[in-house]
Design a protein around this ligand. Structure first.
Ligand code: ADP
Length: 223
């Protein structure tokens, strides 16, 4: 699976690098530096590609770091949720999104690999903030313990994901092309990584999407 991924990735990584070298070459060779409009256009191209690359590098690193040999530890879900809140609060504020962490009455103790759990939840929250284009956006994260399962739900009140796409969005490099999302950066890897990790943790992920928004539901067995 990793070889297949690396092959696809090589192309994805090389394209922005090639575009950046062309932009820099243009500035150097074609006297673009003497033409302010042209110069800033090429610099912008290079900047956009760097952003893409930065996002991609994060995704590749989180893929590579999927622990083959997980480090198991007891995780307080309460503390974990605080960590999620602290990491995303600023970004949510900047996007005028109300980030709500539902209080847990009785702390849940999950025994597992924290890095993997973090990658899963962070990717989901990242998407929930990224794709929510509502005026009064809401992203809500909740955790529950039920019949020896930990359920973490990431809800956003953004545009409903069409039913026929509910499966495809978990495939690698899949991005919804319809709608007004072309300005949102991404490579269609986040949910693929989430699904792989969740399955490695013997859990499952599902999407419930309706007129209220999207619910990404992660279910993990508590040992
Ligand atoms: P990326 O965000 O890098 O494109 P993902 O694998 O994380 O890749 O997501 C795949 C696609 O699923 C996205 O391109 C987007 O169209 C859709 N998607 C994921 N999460 C959401 C969400 N919370 N709301 C709306 N669309 C979403």
């Amino acid at each position: 699976m990793k070889n297949d991924f690396i092959q696809n990735m090589t192309h994805e990584l090389k394209t922005p690098v090639a575009t950046m070298s062309i932009a820099l070459e243009a500035i150097q060779n074609f006297k673009a530096s003497e033409n302010e409009t042209m110069k800033s256009e090429y610099i912008q191209i290079a900047r956009n590609e760097i952003n893409k690359l930065d996002n991609l590098v994060d995704k590749v690193l989180s893929f590579i770091q999927i622990s083959e040999h997980p480090t198991l530890e007891e995780i307080s879900i309460n503390a974990f949720m605080n960590e999620v809140e602290n990491s995303f609060n600023l970004r949510a504020n900047q996007h005028n999104i109300y980030l709500k962490i539902q209080a847990i009455e009785k702390d849940i103790h999950y025994y597992g690999d924290k890095h993997n759990l973090k990658t899963v939840v962070f990717n989901l929250v990242d998407n929930a903030l990224k794709y929510n284009q509502k005026q009064s956006g809401i992203v809500e994260i909740s955790a529950q313990e039920n019949h020896s399962f930990l359920t973490i739900t990431v809800f956003d009140n953004g545009k409903q994901i069409p039913k026929d796409l509910a499966k495809s969005i978990f495939e690698k490099f899949y991005r919804v092309s319809k709608g007004n999302l072309h300005n949102v950066k991404g490579h269609g890897l986040g949910l693929y990584i989430v699904k792989m990790i969740v399955e490695k943790m013997n859990g499952s992920i599902s999407l419930v999407s309706n007129e209220l928004g999207n619910y990404f539901i992660v279910k993990l067995p508590i040992k």
